[in-house]
Ligand binder design. Structure first.
Ligand SMILES: [Ca+2]
Length: 392
C-alpha cells in the first residue's frame, strides 16, 4: 500500500536521524495493553506506566468484543467488490501486499467476487490496472473460475483533484452497487478496499443512496488518537497511513456516507513479517506463489535496509483475511473520524479510531470496528489460500 511515497519516509528519517522521536504518542501502548494488539514491539510508548494502566483498564471496561465477520453468504452470490492498487511488477519500493491480498481473495472468495477496480496509490493508476491484470491472468491460468471477474481501471488521482467519476473503474463499481439486489439473503454488498478509497468516494458522492446496499467496507487504515502522523516502525523510522494519507478527502466522504467499516490498522500488521525464506519453506508448491515470492524480494530488501525488519508486513493481505477468514480475527467497536495528527513536517489529516468512552452512548458510527489478526500468522492466510486453490 505504500508505493513511491514510502521512500519519503525512509529518506526523511535517514536525513533527520530520528528527530521527533519524542512525538510518538503513547496511547498506542495503552491500546495494546487493552486489546492485545501486537504494537508493543514496534511502537515505543510515551505514557507513564500508571496512565497506561488506567487507560488499559478503562478500555477493557468499555471495549465491546464483537464476534468476527458473520459467515459469508452463498458462494454463488457475487457480493464482493475488490478495489486495489497492486504494485507487484513495479519498482523495488512498490508494495506487493495487494497482490498477496488478491491471491487470497481469489482463492478464498472465488465466485463471490463480482469485479475488481484499480486505483492509484502504490503505483500510478495505469500501472495498478496493468499489474492487476497481469497477476490475475497468472492466477486464472492456473486456477480458472467459472466466471472471471473483470478488472476495471479506476482513478489515477485523488478526489480533490477531480471530484466527478470519470474512469471505467468508477463506472463499474457504480453499476455493481446500482444493480445489487439487496435482499435478506444477500445482506448487502461487501467492499474490500485495498488502496485509497477514491473510487468508492466519488461514486458515493455522485449518488449517496448507493451506500444503502453496502453491508460492510473492509480496509487497512486508521490510527489511535494523539498518535504521530508518522507511524513508528522499529522505534526509529516511520511511515504514513497511506491508504488514508493518499486521499484523505475520499476517506472523509466514505465516513460521511455512513457505511459500516471494518478497519485493520496499519500497525496491526507490524510483527507479521513476510520474507522469501519463510514463504519458500512454508507455502511453496505453486508457480504463481513462487513468482510473487520472487517479486517480493526487492520489497523485502527495501524493508530490511530501510527499517531493519526481518521482512515486509502483510498489510492489505490482512484485510482480505478479515473478510474471508474472519474466525482468525478479533474486532472491537470503534468510533471513526477524520482528525489532524501531529507530524514533524506539520499537522496532517488522518483517520482516528477511538474506542467509545465508558459513559458514552453508542455513536451513530459505532458499527465501525477495529480488527486484528488473533489466531495464527499472516503466512497461515497464504497457506489457507494455497490449499483452497489446490483443492479447487
Ligand atoms: Ca494497497
Amino acid at each position: 500500500m505504500w508505493g513511491v511515497v514510502l521512500f519519503e519516509a525512509v529518506l526523511l528519517n535517514a536525513v533527520r536521524g530520528g528527530v521527533g522521536v519524542g512525538m510518538r504518542a503513547g496511547l498506542s501502548s495503552g491500546l495494546s495493553a487493552a486489546s492485545g494488539v501486537r504494537w508493543g514491539s514496534v511502537v515505543r510508548h510515551g505514557l507513564s506506566k500508571g496512565l497506561s494502566t488506567l487507560l488499559a483498564l478503562a478500555l477493557a471496561m468499555t471495549v465491546v468484543a464483537v464476534s468476527a465477520q458473520p459467515a459469508p453468504r452463498s458462494a454463488t452470490v457475487p457480493d464482493v467488490w475488490v478495489d486495489a492498487d497492486p504494485g507487484c511488477g513495479g519498482a523495488f519500493y512498490a508494495d506487493v501486499d495487494d497482490c498477496w491480498a488478491l491471491f487470497h481473495a481469489w482463492a478464498m472468495g472465488g465466485e463471490r467476487i463480482a469485479g475488481i477496480s484499480t486505483v492509484f496509490g502504490n503505483v500510478s493508476g495505469s500501472d495498478a490496472a496493468r499489474f492487476a491484470r497481469g497477476w490475475m491472468q497468472q492466477l486464472s491460468a492456473a486456477h480458472p473460475l467459472k466466471k472471471m471477474p473483470a478488472i476495471h481501471e479506476g482513478r489515477a488521482q485523488a478526489l480533490v483533484n477531480a471530484p466527478h467519476p470519470s474512469s471505467s473503474g468508477e463506472a463499474a463499481l457504480a453499476a455493481f452497487l446500482d444493480g445489487f439486489a439487496l435482499t435478506p439473503a444477500s445482506g448487502g454488498a461487501t467492499l474490500l478496499m485495498l488502496g485509497p478509497v477514491s473510487n468508492l468516494a466519488s461514486v458515493l458522492q455522485q449518488k449517496p443512496a448507493r451506500a444503502t446496499v453496502i453491508r460492510r467496507v473492509i480496509m487497512l487504515g486508521g490510527q489511535p488518537p494523539g498518535m504521530s502522523h508518522w507511524l513508528a516502525v522499529n522505534g526509529r523510522l516511520r511511515m504514513r497511513d497511506y491508504n488514508v494519507f493518499k486521499d484523505p478527502q475520499a476517506m472523509a466522504v466514505v465516513l460521511k456516507a455512513g457505511v459500516a467499516i471494518d478497519f485493520v490498522p496499519v500497525q496491526a500488521a507490524f510483527g507479521y513479517w513476510l520474507n522469501a525464506d519463510r514463504l519458500r519453506t512454508e507455502v511453496s508448491g505453486q508457480p504463481a506463489l513462487q513468482w510473487l515470492t520472487d517479486v517480493g524480494m526487492a520489497w523485502e530488501r527495501f524493508w530490511r535496509w530501510g527499517f531493519a525488519t526481518p521482512g515486509y508486513p502483510p498489510f492489505d493481505l490482512l484485510a482480505s483475511g478479515l473478510l474471508f477468514q474472519p474466525e482468525r480475527f478479533f474486532c472491537t467497536e470503534v468510533n471513526a473520524r477524520m482528525a489532524m495528527f501531529p507530524s514533524i513536517t506539520g499537522d496532517a489529516p488522518g483517520l482516528e479510531l477511538a474506542p467509545p468512552a465508558p459513559s458514552q452512548p453508542r455513536a451513530a458510527d459505532s458499527r465501525h470496528r477495529r480488527c486484528r489478526l488473533a489466531s495464527g500468522d499472516a503466512v497461515d492466510l497464504i497457506r489457507a489460500a494455497r490449499d483452497t486453490l489446490n483443492a479447487r
